[in-house]
Design a protein around this ligand. Structure first.
Ligand SMILES: NC(=O)c1ccc[n+]([C@@H]2O[C@H](COP(=O)([O-])OP(=O)(O)OC[C@H]3O[C@@H](n4cnc5c(N)ncnc54)[C@H](O)[C@@H]3O)[C@@H](O)[C@H]2O)c1
Length: 436
């Protein structure tokens, strides 16, 4: 039985980790403390878990007071390094949410302290564990397309989920590293893991095209008090759990969960293009857009024996002209259907996705297909499988699903290099970031 404490009792910390420790992993794990800088949110977490667990607003005080083997870090991204390092220095192991951290300097500090202390740090790359993404890895390992030469990767965020990054703390690079780090850490990690290779150098472009102030003249600081809310396609109300977690606790820390997506001082991009050279000279082209009507991703690997394509549609706003945000995000409209099969006016009749297909095109013709059943659970089934691995470790891991600090570093360093490349308009090597 291991003792776990959790720092960062927002939606992810409580929903993904704390809840499952007290409900699902009771034979192997015990939750001994909760900590958050916001006293209201940490009390809310305790109440929603329905258990009597000590709560803290001071991390060191928590570690001084309660038994702890492992610290789970689910705070704002820019603070992960601080908790990871303090935990390791106090002889604790760590599970941290992605991104491990947000820039090269913080990354170097984590790597150095981990080397010094020898503590176990796991980065929770849930996407790796999803069965569909795992199948891609198996096929590449089996050599179905031979030696890989290049990779094409596209990721789409819609005007519900994508917009949310522009409402929250994520909208400032000092908090999140921008989508290049915060979001793309998942994607770069998948590429690194799929190929079992590390990146060498990176060049990038990034801009904010859609979530810009000019789109909504006269907008307010936040939806709650906005003077133009009646005309806004992004107006949202904080209700239910969002109200309990954020609106009811904003008097403690001044954090507004419903900031205007068109804010003037946002500094993250919504449109990203990256090229990466990997070991063995393999080239990656990557693009992310945060304002489409659907979500999902598409990857293609070109190799010496053929091409492998995997495509996973996630959700699609099935009805036309959904300018009302509440409607647009409702599960009746924003559905798990394949947008490539959409026909005009047909939206509501579209069928839910049952399986996703991987297509292999051998070099001299023909096609082979591999169907993988759709898993309608958190992150394509990745969340549950990740937690099984974290809380019941020690089983076989032939595909190296578990990620440590090296994996955490290699994914965020692509994002950090991309941010630097945008700022300085040049290729940035991973080595220069590792050396500092
Ligand atoms: N793997 C995934 O798919 C996935 C999904 C969602 C979120 N996440 C990650 O989980 C983390 C939390 O995200 P979230 O959506 O729950 O955000 P959130 O804003 O809901 O929660 C973050 C919490 O951290 C607290 N916090 C901030 N600074 C702190 C500090 N210095 N000390 C103590 N507490 C502090 C905040 O008060 C808040 O309660 C982020 O790192 C995010 O990237 C991962």
């Amino acid at each position: 039985m291991k003792n776990y404490v959790l720092v960062g009792t927002g939606s992810r910390g409580t929903g993904m980790f704390a809840k499952d420790i007290v409900e699902h992993y009771t034979d192997v794990a015990r939750l001994t403390g909760l900590c958050d800088i916001n006293p209201g949110r940490v009390e809310h977490a305790k109440k929603s878990l329905g258990i009597d667990v000590p709560t803290f607003t001071d991390f060191d005080q928590m570690l001084d007071t309660v038994p702890c083997d492992v610290v789970i870090v689910t705070t704002k991204d820019s603070t992960h390094d601080d908790f990871i390092i303090r935990a390791m220095r106090r002889g604790k192991d760590v599970i941290t949410e992605k991104p491990m951290t947000i820039n090269a300097e913080k990354c170097r500090n984590i790597l150095a302290v981990q080397k010094e202390t020898g503590r176990d740090v796991k980065v929770s790359f849930n996407y790796r564990y999803a069965p569909f993404k795992t199948r891609v890895k198996e096929l590449l390992r089996e050599g179905v397309i031979g030696d890989i030469h290049s990779v094409e990767f596209r990721w789409f965020l819609d005007t519900v989920h994508g917009a949310d990054y522009f409402r929250r703390w994520h909208r400032k690079k000092e908090n999140s590293g921008g989508l290049m780090v915060h979001k793309a850490t998942h994607h770069f990690d998948l590429i690194n893991w799929w190929m079992d290779l590390e990146p060498v150098e990176v060049a990038a472009m990034g801009s904010r095209h859609y979530y810009v102030p000019e789109r909504m003249p006269g907008h307010g600081e936040r939806c709650l008090t906005c003077g133009v809310k009646n005309n806004c396609e992004f107006y949202t109300e904080m209700t239910g759990k969002t109200k309990e977690l954020y609106l009811d606790n904003e008097h403690h820390d001044g954090y507004f969960r419903d900031q205007c997506v068109f804010s003037d001082d946002t500094d993250i991009e919504d449109t990203l293009s990256v090229i990466v050279r990997y070991q063995k000279g393999i080239q990656l082209t990557y693009a992310l857009t945060a304002a489409t009507s659907f979500e999902g991703w598409y990857v293609a690997f070109n190799g010496s024996k053929g091409r492998l394509e995997a495509y996973e549609p996630e959700v699609f706003v099935t009805e036309e002209d959904q300018a009302d945000f509440k409607q647009r995000k409702s599960s009746a409209i924003r559905r798990n259907v394949d947008w490539r099969k959409a026909e005009p006016g047909q939206g509501s009749q579209m069928e839910e996705i049952q399986s996703n297909q991987i297509r292999i095109y051998p070099l001299f013709g023909g096609v082979q297909t591999v169907d993988v059943p759709h898993v309608a659970e958190g992150h394509g089934g990745g969340d549950r499988r990740l937690k099984d691995n974290l809380f019941r470790p020690g089983g076989p891991d032939p595909l190296n699903h578990a990620a440590g600090t090296r994996g955490g570093a290699m994914s965020i360093l692509i994002g950090a290099a991309a941010n630097l490349s945008i700022a300085e308009k040049r290729f940035v090597t991973i080595e220069e970031l590792l050396k500092g």
